[in-house]
Design a protein around this ligand. Structure first.
Ligand code: SF4
Ligand code: SF4
Length: 483
């Protein structure tokens, strides 16, 4: 019972006059900009690509005039693609008919090389639907030409305040089941698992009726407890081993995007996101497009004068900067919390009265069920670990966060690896329950990155040594021959 949970109904935001498309999102950096300043673009045109992620495109959601140069009157503006920052502005926005930016010669070439299956994958990529795919274990974008061992489709979204699957499915069940059929046509014999909140519900029966005879999906019911919808946890639960090949994962909005790209050959430029949290006057789901000005959303929905806006949910989201400009291509929701600027009056006397605490030593444990109200207040400063074990009790990965924290604190990276830091799914529950307010999640994300970097450096060094050895051997054999 959280205050600020978004309603299921979807509201459509008014058409924007300007779009500010960020060149960076959680996974992508669109550094390869393909438009020029002053160029007129149509809806669906490719504006930029991410060269490190199979060239996924940033599409123009609306027709308009591109502005790349820095405009003194419109701060902060322009493109800084070299550092992966900045954004592309589209002025003079018009909602004209969209088109697919697909070169005919390219399609013919792909058909010759890879057949009809190759064309489908290519369409998913250039029409913006591939961006909705994840590697279940790493969260990265999978190779569009790869072969998965299985696909997980999830209609469940359990993190508080992010867009829910049932809101996405509202009035679009037919598109969803058609998208499932299209998804299955990409597979040969690999299984597809459809994750539902209740496999006996009316919705599940309707989906079964729709797809009967066209697609085959094994339905899987999961406990509605965060984070059992996490793709890595689902893959482990299904017994899909990481060393047996990639597991693709996609959410409801991804299946709808597949349908749009493959059935209608139209670009996927609209998203349904949530706007929720205690700083919002009427929490809802809203239909917007990437680049939609965040200040327009703030003016319409945010009631709190001092509010912190978070891109994503309350446990894994990232605070938006002081001047957030436009929605990025991967946004799933905006959470708004009241920013506590002053110390709470008599805060020490009522800790935990308006939100329940994992430790049952606060006043809230005396209350019956109540609507919790989150704020940004931490109620106290960070402290050393007190070995209460709460983090271990809640960790869905079955690891010991407090132990790993102690290893990392002493720079014992190898020990942290042996304690299986790699199994952490970055759900944030350990940080949430920690009475010492340790940001364990962020600590583990940073450590995992460091470990990956070190492994990559070792791999590159080994490759370099091997190459040197081969060159030496070749040189020696050439010398022997000449003698
Ligand atoms: S260590 Fe923390 S962030 Fe990682 S899976 Fe466990 S509870 Fe989640
Ligand atoms: S919850 Fe925090 S204080 Fe308790 S054992 Fe874990 S890290 Fe230590």
């Amino acid at each position: 019972m959280l205050q600020g949970r978004p309603e299921r109904a979807v509201k459509v935001m008014p058409e924007p006059e300007v779009l500010n498309l960020p060149l960076r999102s959680r996974r992508f950096v669109f550094s390869d900009v393909s438009v020029e300043d002053g160029q007129r673009v149509s809806s669906g045109d490719i504006l930029a690509k991410d060269p490190n992620n199979y060239a996924v495109p940033l599409l123009a959601p609306r027709a308009g005039l591109v502005r790349l140069k820095k405009d003194e009157n419109a701060a902060p503006a322009a493109v800084d693609a070299s550092r992966g920052g900045g954004h592309i502005i589209i002025d003079d926005v018009a909602n004209l008919e969209e088109h697919a930016d697909i070169a005919k010669e390219e399609l013919e070439h792909i058909e010759r090389e890879m057949g009809a299956g190759g064309i489908k994958r290519y369409k998913l990529l250039v029409l913006g639907a591939w961006q909705f795919f994840y590697d279940a274990y790493t969260g990265a974008l999978p190779d569009p030409q790869g072969t998965p061992q299985a696909i997980i489709v999830s209609t469940v979204s359990l993190e508080p305040f992010v867009a829910r699957g049932d809101a996405q499915l509202h009035k679009r069940l037919f598109n969803f089941t058609r998208g499932l059929e299209q998804l299955q046509s990409l597979l040969e014999y690999q299984p597809m698992y459809l994750v539902m909140p209740d496999i006996k519900s009316e919705l599940a029966n309707r989906i079964r009726d729709h797809i009967r005879g066209y697609a085959w999906a094994k339905m899987l019911e999961i406990p509605l407890t965060y984070p059992y919808d996490d793709f890595a946890i689902l893959a482990r639960r299904l017994g899909l081993r990481r060393d047996k090949g990639p597991v693709w994962a996609v959410r409801t909005e991804g299946v709808l995007a597949i349908d749009r790209a493959l059935t209608l050959t139209k670009p996927c430029t609209v998203r349904i996101i949530s706007i929720g949290g205690t700083g919002v006057n009427s929490p809802a789901h809203i239909k917007v497009m990437p680049g939609y000005p965040i200040d327009k959303i703030r003016d319409t929905y945010v009631s709190e004068p001092a509010a912190r806006m978070i891109d994503g949910g309350i446990l894994t989201g990232e605070a938006l900067g002081q001047e957030p400009v436009g929605i990025d291509t991967e946004c799933r929701g905006i959470t708004v919390l009241g920013e506590l600027q002053d110390r709470e009056f008599l805060g020490f006397a009522r800790p935990g009265w308006d939100r329940s605490c994992y430790a049952a030593c606060y006043l809230s444990s005396l209350r019956k069920r109540f609507r919790e109200r989150f704020t940004t207040g931490m109620r106290g400063e960070g402290r050393p670990c007190i070995s209460c074990n709460f983090c271990e009790e809640v960790c869905p990965a079955g690891i010991m966060p407090h132990l790993i924290h102690k290893y990392l604190y002493r720079d014992l990276i190898e020990e942290a690896e042996q304690a299986r830091i790699d199994l952490c799914v970055e759900c944030g529950l350990c940080s949430f329950v920690c009475p010492s307010k340790l940001d364990l999640r962020q600590e583990f994300i940073d450590a995992k990155k460091l470990i990956e970097q070190e492994k990559e450096e070792i791999r590159q060094e080994q490759e370099r040594q091997e190459k040197l050895r081969q060159e030496e051997a070749a040189k020696r054999s050439a010398e022997e021959k000449s003698e």
